[in-house]
Design a protein around this ligand. Sequence first.
Ligand SMILES: [Zn+2]
Length: 484
Amino acid sequence: MFVASFATETNTFAPLPVDRAAFERAFYARPGEHPDTPTLCSAPLIAARRRAARDGFTLIEGTCTFAEPAGLVSRQAFESIRDEILGQLRAALPVDVALFGLHGAMVADGYDDCEGDLLARAREVVGPKVVVGCEHDLHCHLTPKRVAACDLVVLFKEFPHTDFLARAEDLVDLALRTVKGEIRPVIGLYDCRTLGGGFMTNRPEGRAFVDRIQAMEGNDGILSISVGHGFSAGDVPEVGTKVLVIADGDRKKAEALAEKLGREVLLFQRAAAPPHYKPDEAVAFALGQPGRPIVFGDRWDSPGGGVPGDSTIMIETLLKHPDIPSAIGVTWDPIAVELCRAAGVGGNLWLRIGGKAMPVSGPPLDAHVVVKALSPDLVIPFEQSRVSMGAAAAVAIGDVDIVLGSKRSQTFSPPAFSDMGIDLSRKKIVVVKSSNHFSAAFSKVAASIHYLDSGGPFPYDPLRVTYRKVRRPIAPLDAVMGCA
Ligand SMILES: [Zn+2]
């Protein structure tokens, strides 16, 4: 079995170019050098390692790398890493299985379907009989090209993505059963023709739906069910919500169930969205809520969505109330971190914070701050994974604490604050730069969890985005039967 991983999520509207160095800086493991803990997209390698140790098959490891979600990937970065992995696959032949951990929403200069290109070339290398499969984040573009190249495609089911390792284990298990001839996977794909089919599985409607599809797996010839929510910040032809079903030998059955479930997703997705509070509304709402902290996800400034993570809109809002104990982070600002490190813990300085990368992030904010804590590398957990925010600083303005990081990454868990000396139980309001992944870990310390609509910079409203490549018709840009 050969396994490699190549991942990023491309927001084609973000002015943050991704070169090869962006992959090498974020996460880059040569064959055999992957740590024991998985990353979000390299979990198939860890699942395969554990299974190989148990079952005794030969695992040949390829390169595993990801870049933090941002803008377009350079042609040189995509082609060089793609060809590196395909070269490793060629050298590994003969193999029975080739698996890939791919985010599934990478777009490169000249390549609207990076994963389709990689998988089709991998299929060419191994021939028609070898089992080819991939794991995707559910925020992916499920293009017909990549589905045609694969025997198995398994997506995360959970948003927040708490199940990336469990789904990787499913993929490895299905691949081994296919090689042994126990199953004959065939894929049915249904296009919901909407840009807005996402839902959260920590909300009742999404939870019930995912519990139900999971219970269908393993019964009546259904091997695996995945809902691709899509990633509407990628202007590519195949963007949008799709349902993928793998059945044992019966393609018609797979297609029929994919369509049935796709229609169900369209019915509940809009009703399933939680309330989103505007900045000032959020403060007023939090003050009326019992307990502390009241935690808000600043959804549209999450680096996980490919935007910078240096928006000042919510810092500005919190600073209108410097007497309300609050904390916000992690704001991306390597320059500010460097200045804080020079000032040292206890240092006082005028600091310009954030607002450097996109006009809709708000202007930079100038304030007199006290440096409360410094870290040479703030590393926080995300499920079984560990994520570096780089060198970090915590600064205070009145009772408002701000965590500044030098590596773009979303704020997955409370150590982003507690490891910087901030006691969240003292804070009335906590704002985290994350769309929803924060909710699993923060729900353990929060009085309650809510979501912000601070206006950007993520292009969250498809009706206000100029798409050039998206196939039509698609909701909500066009009237589509069955779509709200
Ligand atoms: Zn995702």
